[in-house]
Design a protein around this ligand. Structure first.
Ligand code: ADP
Length: 245
């Protein structure tokens, strides 16, 4: 693996700053093909990590292991030191929120407000607390004016923001975003990137993206190829020079 600062060494040993650890993770959907092969990486508190790599390299498959949506064929995933399993998946999902590429997979309620309220209601917060969280989350993603709208009628970009608001309202410590800027117009994109960078103040943020504007802001870029970690960079320029020059 290519590193430009020996960072993997720092990331390997679990300590309080490593909030998510992946040890020797391999995964196959079918017997014949390994989609992920022997991946070991750690993610530190309040770091913005970007995961890049060609289509089909296993990025989405990898993040589906973070909150137990997929179970490793081999290896271990730990969130705050706890091994992710089918038994603690629900607890883990309060700590780590994943926003998928297609917002339609994550929007279930006819009204915007109710969709964002679903997570906090499920966590049994008072109606006052639910209301505070919903309003703050909608404000964070700048769609507070859509609270009473029907989710079905929203534009793709609005749905992407709504899916993110639903995760923010649960206040997870780790936020994972799969291609957040795809389908977002160029006027809204800088504000969305600013929001993601702002999230880093209180969260560990992991983003799958090929957006160069996004990459330039990341603390770390992981390059995935054919199911393996191929590079681990702290500087966008190092990543870019290796891959495209
Ligand atoms: P990426 O996010 O990097 O584009 P994915 O993780 O989506 O890659 O996919 C990695 C590989 O796994 C691809 O070859 C894809 O076709 C395959 N794959 C993804 N989901 C499934 C599935 N549910 N069943 C079988 N193969 C799958």
């Amino acid at each position: 693996m290519i590193t430009n600062n020996g960072s993997d060494k720092n990331h390997r040993n679990f300590n309080t700053k490593n909030v998510l650890e992946i040890d020797n993770l391999s995964f196959q959907y079918t017997k014949s093909i390994k989609v992920l092969e022997d991946i070991s990486i750690s993610f530190r508190e309040k770091e913005l990590t970007l995961i890049a790599g060609p289509n089909g390299s296993g990025k989405t498959t990898l993040i589906k292991h973070f909150n137990g949506l997929l179970t490793p064929t081999e290896g271990i995933v730990r969130v705050f030191g706890h091994q992710v399993s089918s038994k603690n998946r629900r607890e883990i999902q309060k700590q780590i929120g994943v926003v998928f590429q297609n917002p339609d997979e994550q929007i279930f309620f006819p009204k915007v407000y109710d969709d964002v309220a679903f997570g906090p209601r499920n966590m049994h917060f008072s109606s006052e607390e639910v209301d505070l969280r919903v309003k703050a989350a909608l404000q964070d993603v700048q769609i507070e004016n859509l609270a009473e709208r029907i989710t079905f009628n929203l534009s793709f970009g609005e749905k992407k923001r709504l899916a993110l608001a639903g995760i923010l309202a649960m206040k997870p410590k780790i936020i994972v975003l799969d291609e957040p800027t795809i389908g977002i117009d160029p006027w809204s994109k800088p504000r969305l990137i600013d929001l993601i960078i702002h999230l880093k103040q209180n969260h560990t943020v992991i983003v799958i993206s090929h957006d160069f504007d996004m990459m330039k802001k990341a603390d770390r870029i992981l390059l995935l190829k054919k199911g393996k970690i191929f590079g681990d960079f702290n500087l966008y320029e190092d990543f870019y020079n290796q891959e495209f020059n």
